[in-house]
Design a protein around this ligand. Structure first.
Ligand code: NI
Length: 172
């Protein structure tokens, strides 16, 4: 396994609609393993392929807490087939927008169909934080970042903060 390079905002690949995967083979599984390692190394709970520079419809998620048994979830060509009318607000962060967090409102539960690590067709009813993580990661496949769900003012504030953090780091 290998840790992959993370692409950060405002890299154009993060704005691109990712392409469907043709088949789940060993090469893709190696990529899924590398994505998971990259996500764990940066303490993320989800990662989408465009964030490592690959414009494919692939995400990995693990919402297990520290010290708990890992529960990796691999989703290839995931699609939301149902969304609840009920919404929930949850604080989100993103490995492509380091050190930022903001509250985002999304449907409280969603149904997702996808192919798993073995290429088997699966369906998942995601609720609670899993619903948040899954919707955040699936958005990445359509070039949408969580800050795109915020008001323009809030988004500009966050981007300014990101630029300020980067400048400070560059001067250290
Ligand atoms: Ni993200």
């Amino acid at each position: 396994m290998a840790k992959l390079k993370l692409y950060e905002y405002p890299h154009p690949i993060l704005k691109k609609k990712a392409e469907k995967v043709e088949k789940v083979d060993d090469e893709l599984r190696r990529f899924l393993d590398d994505m998971l390692e990259t996500m764990y190394a940066d303490n993320g709970c989800g990662l989408a392929a465009p964030q490592v520079g690959v414009s494919k419809r692939v995400v990995v998620i693990d919402i297990a807490h520290e010290g708990e048994e890992p529960q990796p979830l691999y989703m290839v060509n995931p699609e939301i087939t149902w969304k609840s009318d009920e919404t929930e607000v949850c604080e989100e962060g993103c490995l492509s927008l380091p050190e930022l967090r903001a509250e985002v409102e999304r449907p409280a539960s969603v149904k997702i169909s996808y192919l798993d690590y073995d290429g088997k067709a699966c369906e998942l009813l995601a609720e609670g934080f899993l619903a948040v993580a899954a919707q955040h990661e699936l958005d990445h496949l359509d070039g949408i970042l969580y800050i795109d769900h915020l008001s323009r003012l809030k988004r500009q504030m966050l981007v300014k903060k990101l630029e300020k953090n980067r400048k400070e780091k560059a001067h250290q």
